[in-house]
Design a protein around this ligand. Structure first.
Ligand code: MTE
Length: 332
């Protein structure tokens, strides 16, 4: 399994939920079309739509809106077109497949090369001062969105555990338990929290990612706890996910349970899957093509046509100095 450029994937444009549901009724009324298209439709007809109400609690006392330059995508767009391979490799199926994912209780274990290793419970992370950050989000596949995240800088956690002088990198890991589910009190179908096996997804689980320590300490790098003022929906990486706005979206690892400080560049899921296509850095860069498609332009979900992709996804002024003297073609 590898990523495909956006144009080669499901051609269907994102639609608001009511349009989606109307379309389903239309489909039910008896539309039967030719082969590939019909297969896609049939799949939807026999699978229930994502839950209508996304039940997430509001996040109170949000401090500031820091990066609000562009109009955000709608809540429906952000929550119905997702990449979360643990649940599904089909973007429009993730919300439904992740609907029963149990995210309480939840902890993040932070350790490795730190003076004060510790476990953070979700309520503690939610008690940190939360900020709204409206960021561009650029997927390596060639689509983009603008997302009003709620969260706090990763630095807030790292300052508490105090990295040692040997610590140079930060490794992140997603929850994965394809067999038992994480909450023994909750019995889900097959007891699996809805997650599928690596075999079906085509990539290794648990999903892992990493940053250099200075990238992780950068103010733009956040742990997102919510979006649009509410706690994260499951499909977006509940209850906490990383967001690194100047890197391709796959660096923004979801549903994080472990953070480990290391002295070596940690392995990352897509680099393991295809090292010639996905590097450790994966900074958004219109001048460095993916081996199978150009990265010069992107399609903003909800818009027609394409727009130019910006170096470092438009955050050049803030982050270019991190890569002074580095050949961005070699360290892609
Ligand atoms: N994290 C995990 N654990 N599993 C995944 O499959 N997909 C990545 C990233 N984080 C992924 C993940 C990719 S490829 C992208 S583009 C973004 O999540 C998508 O985030 P979104 O669904 O909130 O837009």
């Amino acid at each position: 399994m590898t990523f495909e450029p956006e144009t080669m994937q499901e051609k269907e444009k994102i639609t608001p939920e009511h349009v989606y549901l109307n379309r389903r009724n239309f489909i039910r009324a008896g539309l039967v079309a030719g082969s590939t298209f019909a297969t896609g439709l049939a799949y939807r007809v026999f699978n229930p739509p994502p839950p209508k109400e996304i039940a997430t609690a509001e996040i109170k006392d949000v401090k500031t809106t820091v990066w609000a330059a562009e109009k955000p995508n709608s809540f429906e767009e952000i929550t119905s077109y997702n990449n979360f391979y643990e649940f599904s490799t089909s973007k429009t199926e993730v919300a439904r497949a992740a609907a029963d994912f149990v995210t309480r209780p939840w902890t993040i274990e932070v350790g490795g090369l730190v003076d004060r290793p510790r476990v953070f419970a979700i309520d503690e992370l939610l008690s940190f001062q939360q900020e709204e950050r409206v960021y561009r989000f650029r997927c390596v596949e060639g689509w983009s969105m603008v997302i009003p995240w709620i969260g706090f800088p990763v630095r807030r956690i790292l300052d508490e555990v105090v990295p040692t002088s040997e610590a140079k990198y930060v490794a992140f890991e997603t929850f994965y338990d394809g067999k038992t589910g994480m909450n023994p009190d909750v019995k889900l179908p097959e007891g699996r929290n809805g997650m599928q096996s690596s075999l079906f997804a085509g990539i290794d689980f648990p999903y892992v990612e990493g940053l250099r320590l200075d990238e992780a300490m950068h103010d733009l790098t956040i742990i997102a706890t919510g979006l649009y003022g509410k706690q994260l929906p499951n499909q977006n990486g509940a209850p906490v996910r990383l967001v690194v706005p100047w890197k391709y979206g796959f660096k923004s690892i979801k549903s994080v349970v472990r953070i480990t400080l290391t002295d070596r560049e940690p392995p990352t899921t897509w680099n393991i899957a295809s090292p010639t296509e996905y590097g450790f850095y994966s900074n958004v860069n219109p001048n460095v093509a993916h081996p199978r498609w150009s990265q010069a332009t992107e399609r903003r979900i909800g818009e027609f046509g394409t727009r130019p992709t910006l170096l470092f996804n438009g955050y050049e002024d803030q982050v270019a100095h991190l890569y002074d003297g580095m050949d961005l073609r070699k360290k892609f």
